[in-house]
Design a protein around this ligand. Structure first.
Ligand code: SF4
Length: 328
């Protein structure tokens, strides 16, 4: 874990119940005091830059704590002489003009979760309240964010049963004005060889159709550089609403009751642990998942399957990147 970012789970509440969502939903919000401890924890890192990521749950449902954490981080980073940036993973439903102005002033980068057409989006991302149309609510927020000129990446997730719609959904998102994307697959699902083949052939068809725009950078695919694969072995750190520290990969299976204890407890930000002493990688993620879920045959199969598929996805996109841009 050498990256200079951590993700703050500012809430475990969400308006949606995505079929592939690994997050346990409950009425739990991070307090302002815990958020400040999390910022202090991050800024101890011996690095000239730091990035505070906001997630959850839907972070905009606890906007006062997002604001508190970001403004506190700005003041601290200024004192410490560090370059600071912000990132947020959001379903965009709560993005109104006031929040957009505040986020824009701080140059937030936004990861917006919109899976494609109304049909696919609403099948994969049903609302907790049946009165809410998730597609309409998210589309409105995405359009407002794009119009406000924020740095936005639209993440389209495909589950194995809808991987065959990925190219069509991509065209749909282009039609809304989005130009930067991450094409993602649902973690926690079992990807059979035939599903994997469909996923890859859909991406190939997107690249065939938009090769020139991808080459010129008019359309951006985050997968072509920097995306962590396999996602299931993501060694970035997250801070839960109560201040406890976790590996991101641990969180990806949290709705499955573990059969073993966490092998590397990391403590709580309130106890001022030293971030520089945490230098973990994929091995720690793998060992953590095996220790926590290895006795559960079904989960073990999914973990191994997702490691295998994620590795192939990483290699596939690295190959596409070379094909489009040479060795950069
Ligand atoms: S919007 Fe995000 S946090 Fe909410 S249910 Fe979907 S994946 Fe989970």
């Amino acid at each position: 874990m050498r990256k200079s970012n951590i993700q703050l789970f500012v809430t475990r509440r969400c308006q949606l119940r995505c079929t592939y969502c690994p997050v346990e939903k409950r009425e739990a919000d991070m307090s302002p005091a815990t958020a400040r401890c999390a910022v202090d924890f991050l800024l101890q890192r011996r690095s000239p830059e730091a990035r505070v990521d906001f997630g959850g749950g839907e972070p905009l449902l606890n906007f006062p704590v997002v604001r508190e954490a970001a403004e506190y981080a700005e003041a601290r980073a200024r004192k410490l002489g560090k370059r600071l940036s912000f990132y947020m993973v959001t379903n965009a439903i709560e993005l109104d003009a006031g929040k957009l102005a505040w986020l824009s002033k701080r140059r937030f980068s936004l990861e917006l979760s919109l899976d494609g057409s109304r049909r696919d989006h609403n099948l994969q991302k049903p609302a907790a309240d049946p009165g809410l149309d998730p597609y309409a609510a998210t589309r409105g927020g995405v359009e407002r964010a794009l119009a406000a000129g924020l740095d936005c990446v639209v993440v389209a997730v495909a589950d194995p049963s809808r991987a065959g719609n990925l190219a069509r959904n991509f065209e749909h998102l282009l039609g809304l004005g989005a130009r930067r994307f991450d094409l993602s697959y649902s973690v926690g699902s079992l990807w059979r060889p035939e599903d994997e083949a469909v996923f890859f052939s859909q991406v190939r068809s997107i690249v065939r159709r938009h090769r020139a725009e991808l080459r010129r950078g008019v359309i951006g695919l985050g997968n072509l550089g920097g995306r962590v694969e396999p996602t299931v072995l993501n060694a970035e750190l997250m801070v839960d609403t109560d201040g406890s520290l976790h590996l991101m990969s641990e969180w990806l299976f949290e709705t499955t009751r573990p059969t073993g204890a966490r092998p590397f407890p990391l403590g709580r930000v309130q106890d001022r642990p030293d971030i520089n002493a945490i230098d973990w990688g994929r091995f720690h993620c793998y060992y953590t998942l095996v220790r926590m879920h290895g006795q559960d045959e079904r989960v073990r199969r999914v973990i191994l399957n997702n490691i295998d598929f994620g590795t192939k996805v990483g290699a596939f996109f690295a190959g596409l990147d070379r094909e489009l841009h040479g060795s950069r």
